[in-house]
Design a protein around this ligand. Structure first.
Ligand SMILES: Nc1ncnc2c1ncn2[C@@H]1O[C@H](COP(=O)(O)OP(=O)(O)OP(=O)(O)O)[C@@H](O)[C@H]1O
Length: 239
């Protein structure tokens, strides 16, 4: 299903104003300098920040429509979400964190555990299934958060810097896991500061500055012809 976003969002003096579509099975990378509105965009699509005008649609489902006040609560959106402050349940094990979504959907315990273990193995954390989340390193916790986002058959993925704390090899592995999930027909929005992530994973990149689109195109097109000094810097960082 296609994710369709056309929203204005106000956060104090900051305003976000964007419109785009992410087709089923494709990845839109969201890039931009600090404070440009990337997290605000994901939080709006997740239903955590109110949309002032506009709409968010996922396939046939209207998640937000400011014109008639429709708003699906975050927990009913069936999205796989990794947010910046998307903390794990510290007292639960890695496995329990990942199994939480499927369990909440009524999946039986042994099946949810099997799904969690498979995802933890995919992200290289099979040996940490029983480790309490508050005893994981930052990079391990980030991988558990990605596994958790993928566990409950999400209808779309919203990932805010999901690879930020990962070393190069692990980054590639986790990107593979995300790519496989997207390949099942799920649209994904992925915030990253690294054009390498976009080149590897994204079909398109949306660059935000001060809440507005300043450039959009394939990762290769951006790298070849940066439209702003910010894009030129991220392109230079990978050459
Ligand atoms: N909870 C909040 N309340 C009020 N304003 C906020 C809140 N969160 C963010 N903002 C403001 O919204 C603007 C956009 O912030 P946002 O976090 O979306 O940017 P970002 O592009 O994700 O930045 P970064 O790369 O630093 O994560 C900023 O001006 C910020 O100060």
């Amino acid at each position: 299903m296609t994710l369709e976003v056309d929203v204005r969002v106000a956060r104090g003096p900051f305003g976000l104003d964007v419109a785009f579509r992410v087709p089923a099975g494709s990845v839109l990378a969201v890039m931009g300098p600090n404070g440009s509105g990337k997290s605000t965009l994901l939080e709006a699509v997740a239903g955590l920040v109110p949309v002032t005008t506009g709409h968010v649609r996922l396939g046939d489902a209207v998640l937000d429509d400011a014109s008639d006040g429709r708003h699906v609560p975050p927990r009913d959106r069936r999205l796989g979400v990794v947010l910046q402050d998307g903390l794990l349940f510290g007292r639960l094990s890695a496995r329990e964190n990942v199994a939480f979504g499927p369990r909440a959907q009524g999946v039986r315990a042994h099946r949810a555990r099997a799904v969690a273990d498979a995802l933890l193995a995919d992200v290289g954390l099979a040996a940490h299934a029983r480790t309490r989340a508050d005893q994981l390193s930052g990079g391990q916790a980030q991988r558990v958060a990605v596994a958790r986002a993928l566990a409950a058959n999400p209808r779309a993925l919203l990932l805010d810097e999901p690879f930020g704390a990962l070393d190069a090899g692990t980054r590639e592995r986790v990107r593979d896991v995300v790519r496989r999930a997207v390949g099942t027909g799920v649209p994904a929005l992925v915030v990253t500061h690294d054009l390498r992530d976009a080149l590897d994973l994204a079909d398109e990149v949306l660059v935000l500055e001060e809440g507005r689109e300043v450039q959009r195109g394939t990762p290769a097109a951006l790298a070849a012809a940066p439209g702003t000094p910010y894009v030129a810097r991220v392109a230079a960082a990978i050459s």
